[in-house]
Design a protein around this ligand. Structure first.
Ligand SMILES: CC(C)(COP(=O)(O)OP(=O)(O)OC[C@H]1O[C@@H](n2cnc3c(N)ncnc32)[C@H](O)[C@@H]1OP(=O)(O)O)[C@@H](O)C(=O)NCCC(=O)NCCS
Length: 158
């Protein structure tokens, strides 16, 4: 738990989308559309979208997918005024912990090579760089770093 008011992490709901889209548009040069988030809410078989609240307000979110035993993190963001205060770390740890409870053995994500803050967060959770996707981001042509975390299955861990 971070200092000050504790955060509350829960599944994303349709009522969160105004605030989620506001944060998304404030942060990202190529923001996800509202329809993209709506699709995540509808894709209940594999999509796990989360929000994090502080003092009852949505201050961040994370979209992930669970396919078989693999977790893929597609999006994570924290409102600019609260970045650097531990909210992203709690949200990321929550998503990972829930996936591990469900038997995930690998987790993957892509991140801009210049995003040192996010890369540091992922590395501190045991993700390692495994590949580079050249020119992956269409806005700047920046490369994406593909990161992977392997998690021993419960059978292997016993
Ligand atoms: C990336 C992001 C989700 C992290 O959330 P956050 O709440 O700001 O991060 P936290 O305060 O929980 O810090 C997590 C880790 O990030 C790193 N970090 C945080 N602030 C940092 C800074 N100013 N400089 C460098 N690294 C920093 C550290 O490794 C930190 O770990 P620590 O707590 O052991 O120091 C958030 O900064 C964000 O929304 N950024 C813009 C959107 C984005 O880049 N999303 C990721 C796309 S892949």
């Amino acid at each position: 738990m971070m200092g000050g008011t504790p955060v509350h992490i829960r599944p994303m709901k349709a009522r969160d989308l105004d605030r989620v889209c506001e944060i998304e548009e404030e942060i990202f040069p190529c923001p996800w559309s509202r329809t993209s988030f709506e699709n995540e809410l509808a894709a209940d078989k594999c999509a796990f979208p989360w929000v994090v609240e502080k003092n009852g307000d949505v201050v961040g979110y994370l979209v992930s997918w669970l396919v078989e035993d693999e977790l893929h993190v597609g999006n994570i963001a924290v409102a600019p005024s609260l970045q650097g205060a531990g909210v992203g770390r709690e949200l990321f740890a929550h998503c990972l912990g829930t996936a591990v409870e469900r038997g995930v053995t690998r987790a993957t994500l892509e991140v801009r090579v210049s995003n040192t803050r996010a890369i540091a967060l992922y590395e501190s959770h045991g993700f390692i760089p495994v590949a580079l996707r050249k020119g992956y981001y269409s806005d700047t042509g920046e490369d994406a770093l593909v990161m992977l975390k392997t998690i021993p299955s419960r059978d292997e861990a016993d």
